[in-house]
Design a protein around this ligand. Structure first.
Ligand code: FMN
Length: 335
């Protein structure tokens, strides 16, 4: 599967097969609009939001390594609630529709997270409310983030798949009520086979028989991988250490929290391995075979992008390179 090709994931179409993933550089209206307007992205993913907004502390931030295109970040979720992102998505899509006489194809992937079904249910309703406008229905997908490593006292739920069963059941029910709703899961990087098997077993619980498609699954895609948690860098390893506004002095570590989520070149091999293993395992099951993989992690060159496709990704995503280069990142990858 090449980057220039058109990829169909459920009711959404991604072309080119290159996108940004949920990150701090897909957080504001201007950032999302710029990501939408460039012809080099096939979809735009919003930063992960919650129902009410996340309480961001001054120790949240990101640093880049000096020796490679890697990053370490201590961010949790967006301080802005889901409703703000949906308002922006509506505005950007409406503008795109008004300025062209045909329906724009480029979709948004709305990254969300919730710690309970009580929180998730109204979030799905908000998304479905926006999708009820016929023009938007095939332009908005949901990605459930199960893998942020930086939330204190909350380990990434993707490492304990049974803990997200209730959330997945809620999403499954939403999909069964409206099969055009495209839902994906953002997964953490796994390091051994048992972790993959546990996630595959959980996904199999949401297989069903469809009159047209036969055996299929309520989840349309897996985004592999998020950052590698509990990683530590020292100030001399990064271009500029993160300082909190209170203390102008560089902290002992590259980020004030000491540990954070590692991304970019430093996790590329691990992300490739995750994409490859899931690709193989999904093919082994009738219901799971139709699930697409969005490959993410250390895609910082055209060669890395090609490797993601070779490992089994149908769409490729970037965060660190976007943070370092801005929108130009997509040009660097497209050359
Ligand atoms: C600063 C920063 C913020 C991020 N925020 C999110 C987020 O809100 N939600 C999410 O699912 N992933 C988040 N990620 C993870 C990225 O989407 C991506 O999975 C990861 O960084 C690996 O891709 P990369 O090597 O291209 O950076 C973030 C990554 C970075 C660097």
């Amino acid at each position: 599967m090449g980057q220039g090709e058109l990829v169909q994931i459920g009711s959404i179409t991604i072309s080119p097969a290159l996108i940004n993933t949920a990150c701090a550089w897909a957080s504001s209206f201007d950032q999302l609009q710029a990501l939408y307007l460039t012809s080099l992205t096939g979809a735009v993913t919003t930063r992960t939001s919650t129902l009410k907004g996340y309480n961001e502390s001054s120790s949240c931030g990101v640093v880049f390594t000096s020796s490679s295109t890697s990053s370490l970040n201590s961010y949790g979720y967006s301080p802005l609630p889901l409703s703000v992102y949906l308002g922006w998505v509506k505005e950007i899509l409406s503008d795109a529709i008004a300025s062209s006489n045909r329906k724009p194809l480029k979709p948004f992937i709305i990254s969300i997270t919730a710690c309970s079904t009580e929180e998730l249910v109204p979030m799905i309703s908000l998304v479905q409310e926006l999708r009820s406008t016929p023009m938007f229905s095939s332009l908005i997908a949901i990605e459930l983030n199960t893998s942020c490593p930086n939330v204190s006292h909350a380990s990434p739920s993707g490492y304990a798949p049974s803990s997200i069963r209730p959330l997945l059941r809620t999403l499954y029910e939403a999909h069964m009520r409206d099969k055009s709703l495209v839902i994906g899961l953002k997964l953490p990087p796994y390091t051994h086979r048992g972790q993959f098997d546990d996630m595959i077993s959980l996904l199999m619980e949401f297989n069903y028989n469809d009159a047209n498609k036969g055996r299929c699954n309520s989840f349309a895609f897996l985004t592999c991988t998020n950052t590698l948690g509990n990683s530590l860098l020292f100030p001399d390893q990064v271009t500029e250490a993160l300082r909190t506004p209170e203390s102008k002095v560089t902290t002992e570590f590259a980020v004030p929290t000491a540990v954070g989520g590692l991304a970019g070149d430093a996790i590329h091999a691990l992300s490739l391995g995750n994409v490859y293993t899931f690709h193989q395992l999904l093919l082994e099951n009738d219901g799971l075979r139709g699930i697409s993989i969005i490959g993410v992690g250390g895609v910082t060159s055209p060669a890395a992008l090609a490797r993601m496709h070779k490992a089994g990704a149908s769409v490729v995503g970037i965060a660190t390179l976007l943070g370092k280069e801005g929108i130009r990142a997509f040009e660097l990858l497209s050359n």
